[in-house]
Write a protein that binds this ligand. Sequence first.
Ligand SMILES: [Zn+2]
Length: 158
Amino acid sequence: MSGNIKEIIHHPHPTLRKKSSSIPEKKITQKNFQQFLDDLEVTMLSKDGAGLAAPQIGINDRVVVIAKEGEKSLFLINPQIIKKSWGKAIEEEGCLSVIDDKGRIIYGPVERHKRITCSYYDRSGKKKKIQGDERLSRVIQHEVDHLDGVLFIDHLMK
Ligand SMILES: [Zn+2]
């Protein structure tokens, strides 16, 4: 991996609130896009994040990366949640882009669908589908929200 660590932007930066653009299929295998994927991954790993969405490094592209322990990171390009369970669960979430005035990550309870199915392109440009377990489903919902300008604090349970 030859990525460069990028700066993470924080709420209330306006880029975090923009709707991100889809990636043209042809662009996925291009060298500079692959470099960008590496940068996104290295930045996530450097902060020990569970996932990171492109807008969090200032780029409004529909790309997220999710950390998988002991496995290769999962890249989701143009992810679309195509199925949601009726069942929901509430768990604490945090976000590398939502910090307090001392730079600490803020956590709060968020209700999410327990299981989702997501279609996406992988980093080689193949169209795929993934069915998440409860934890992965939560991370995907959190990261896909970023691509629509939504932050977990918008969903906080009162
Ligand atoms: Zn986040």
